[in-house]
Design a protein around this ligand. Structure first.
Ligand SMILES: C[S@@+](CC[C@H](N)C(=O)[O-])C[C@H]1O[C@@H](n2cnc3c(N)ncnc32)[C@H](O)[C@@H]1O
Length: 223
């Protein structure tokens, strides 16, 4: 396995463990069955809507385009697209509880979304052979979670990048939103497999004379 094209790592955290996500989605599944609340939308609804608006306005994507949400959690991104008439939607996550929740939510809303249990960092995963590669691969917060993994983090990031490259069609698109990495870092990390096509602007703030933004969203094209 090749190492990721980066030298610096983030400090590890429980957010980089499957145990953490299983407990989060186990709890959210209980809330959903009791109260109908689908749970947390990571980085907020505004951030999600900015990416959905970009999909809707993209001349390269159509309602029948194949779209996968990697590390889909409760599947909120796919629900927005289903509501907008997109029909070829897949969500994958390594947490069985997340998949259970996402399936329950889609069923309740009567949306036709496929969900699969897949670990994107596993060398044994067979996501590439289960079906055709996708027109668009979407990640919000998943590469961030993998980057916080307490063990073998470089190996896992490399495996993730390879998996994303594998499941994206030739010339297809990959859009990633991160709160841990800047645009510049994302472009550097993925440069072996993707070129930057576009940056989706997010609100900026000024602190100590410097301008920053709380999340970075980059649209890449497979090379
Ligand atoms: C910060 S949450 C984001 C969830 C969702 N994308 C959202 O924006 O609401 C990170 C997600 O990545 C998933 N995840 C983390 N590592 C993964 C891996 N190796 N393979 C698949 N999913 C993973 C977690 O289970 C969790 O659902």
């Amino acid at each position: 396995m090749e190492a990721a094209n980066v030298s610096e790592e983030l400090p590890s955290s429980k957010l980089g463990t499957k145990k953490y996500w299983d407990s989060v989605y186990g709890r959210e599944l209980t809330y959903f069955s009791k109260h109908g609340d689908i749970g947390e939308v990571w980085f907020g609804e505004d951030c999600l809507e900015r990416v959905v608006d970009w999909v809707l306005s993209s001349s390269q994507l159509e309602p029948h385009s194949s779209i996968v949400d990697v590390g889909c959690g409760n599947g909120a991104f796919l629900l927005y697209l289903a509501a907008d008439g997109y029909t070829n939607l897949t969500g994958i996550d390594y947490s069985e509880k997340a998949i259970e929740l996402a399936r329950a939510v889609a069923e309740e809303k009567k949306y036709n979304v496929k969900y699969e249990h897949v670990d994107l960092t596993s060398e044994e995963n067979d996501i590439g052979i289960r079906g055709k590669p996708f027109d668009l691969c979407h990640d919000k917060g998943t590469y961030d979670a993998i980057s916080l993994c307490p063990d073998d983090v470089q190996k896992k990031r490399s495996a993730y990048m390879k998996a994303i490259h594998h499941i994206t069609k030739e010339n297809g698109l990959f859009v990633i939103t991160s709160c841990n990495w800047t645009h510049h870092e994302l472009i550097q990390h993925f440069s072996k497999y993707f070129i930057k096509e576009h940056i989706i602007p997010s609100p900026t703030f000024m602190f100590g004379g410097k301008v920053g933004s709380s999340v970075s969203t980059v649209v890449f094209r497979k090379i």
